[in-house]
Design a protein around this ligand. Structure first.
Ligand SMILES: C[S@@+](CC[C@H](N)C(=O)[O-])C[C@H]1O[C@@H](n2cnc3c(N)ncnc32)[C@H](O)[C@@H]1O
Length: 226
C-alpha cells in the first residue's frame, strides 16, 4: 500500500494510520488472520493490524482524542463490562505479553466473549457481577489498570470495590460514564460531577474526556489510585 504512515500512540501496539488525509486507529493483531467482529484487517510491511472504530469503542475514542492513558504490552488489565469482546479483543492485542481479565454478567454476551477468547491466550472471560468482586477474587491477580464500561447506576461503588481488591497502588482506572444511565432526570454535568466526587479519597482524577463526536452523553474519567 502506498503513502501510509503508522504513528505510535501512548499505548503499545496501538497506532494511528495516516493515509491520504484520513486518520484511523489500528491495533497490531495478536492472532494474525483472525477477525473478532468483522473488523478490517490491514497488512503493512508484513505485520497485520485490526482497524479499531472509535464509534464502536469508547476506549478507541479516547486514544484517538489524545488521552494520556498508556497501556503497556506487559500490563495486566481488569475489564468490567466486556460485553461480546469487541473492545476487550483490542485490549488483548495491546497487552500482548500481559493479561486481560474480562468480567461480564450477561450469558448471551459471554457466549461471544468466550468465542473471541479461544485463540487469545491472554483474554480470560469471567461470567460474574462486577458489583460482587469477591465472587471472582480467586481468578484475578493484582492489575495495573481497571477499565470499566458497565452502563450502570453505581459506577463509583463498582470502581472502588474492584480497586480495593485488585488495583495496584498508583494503578489506573478508566471509567466510562453515561450520565443518563445514572440519573435520567438530572443535568448531565451535575450527574457526572457527583459520580466523580465519590471517587475522591480513593483516586486522583487525572483526566475527564468528553467522548463527542464518537459517543454522545458520555465522559471518560481517568484516575490514579492513591
Ligand atoms: C456498554 S456495554 C460494554 C461495551 C464494551 N465495553 C465494548 O466496548 O465492547 C456494557 C456491558 O456491561 C455489562 N454489565 C452491566 N452491568 C454489569 C455488572 N454489574 N457486571 C458485569 N457486567 C455488567 C452489560 O451486560 C453490557 O454487556
Amino acid at each position: 500500500m502506498d503513502n501510509i504512515e503508522l504513528i505510535k500512540t501512548a499505548s503499545d501496539n496501538v497506532f494511528i494510520l495516516l493515509q491520504e488525509g484520513s486518520r484511523k486507529l489500528v491495533t497490531r493483531n495478536l492472532t494474525p488472520g483472525i477477525q473478532v467482529y468483522g473488523e478490517k484487517l490491514i497488512t503493512i510491511a508484513n505485520v497485520e493490524y485490526r482497524l479499531w472504530d472509535p464509534h464502536r469503542s469508547k476506549l478507541a475514542s479516547i486514544i484517538l482524542k489524545g488521552s494520556s492513558v498508556s497501556i503497556k504490552k506487559d500490563s495486566e488489565v481488569l475489564y468490567l463490562g466486556a460485553a461480546n469482546g469487541t473492545t476487550a479483543s483490542h485490549v488483548s492485542d495491546i497487552v500482548s505479553e500481559g493479561v486481560v481479565f474480562a468480567v461480564e454478567f450477561s450469558p448471551r454476551a459471554m457466549h461471544d466473549l468466550i468465542r473471541a477468547s479461544i485463540p487469545r491466550m491472554n483474554l480470560i472471560p469471567i461470567l460474574s457481577d462486577a458489583m460482587r468482586p469477591d465472587s471472582y477474587k480467586n481468578m484475578v491477580t493484582q492489575v495495573d489498570f481497571i477499565y470499566q464500561d458497565v452502563a450502570q447506576r453505581e459506577q463509583a461503588i463498582i470502581a472502588i470495590r474492584n480497586a480495593k481488591l485488585f488495583l495496584k497502588k498508583d494503578g489506573i482506572l478508566v471509567l466510562m460514564i453515561k450520565s443518563r444511565s445514572i440519573d435520567s432526570t438530572g443535568k448531565p454535568k451535575d450527574v457526572i460531577d457527583n459520580e466523580v466526587k465519590k471517587l475522591g479519597g480513593f483516586f486522583n482524577v487525572l483526566e475527564l474526556i468528553d467522548l463527542e463526536p464518537f459517543h454522545s452523553d458520555h465522559v471518560a474519567v481517568v484516575a490514579q489510585r492513591v
